[in-house]
Design a protein. Structure first.
Length: 116
């Protein structure tokens, strides 16, 4: 039972994707169902009033694709899920600007209808 619970928890999460700068639609059309979805991550930055000292934000050409509301079978395979994307970029020395799009259609990996 513990193994099934552990597998089920690994089914949701996020991965980092890269934008295609050569395309009119630079984001992925669909979420990759076979990607390794991370369960957690920490974004941080250290700054002074004049400059950013250290940060681990995604690069300007990266964004997150996530899987949520995930159900799995006894073998730990995903049987139902929802997908979306999050784009976060550092604000001007003061925080984050974020855009989130969530596909409400169950088991639909389409990411095209969100922000561009």
């Amino acid at each position: 039972m513990i193994a099934a619970t552990s597998q089920a928890m690994a089914a949701y999460g996020f991965y980092v994707a890269k934008m295609d700068s050569r395309s009119a639609f630079p984001y992925a059309y669909r979420a990759d169902t076979n990607a390794v979805y991370r369960k957690e991550g920490v974004l941080f930055f250290d700054r002074t009033a004049e400059r950013i000292i250290e940060q681990n934000f995604p690069a300007d050409d990266e964004y997150f694709i996530f899987r949520a509301r995930t159900a799995t079978n006894a073998e730990g395979r995903v049987t139902s899920a929802h997908y979306g994307r999050i784009g976060e970029t550092p604000g001007h020395m003061s925080g984050l600007k974020a855009a989130v799009w969530f596909n409400q259609d169950e088991n639909d990996t389409n990411l095209e209808d969100g922000w561009h």
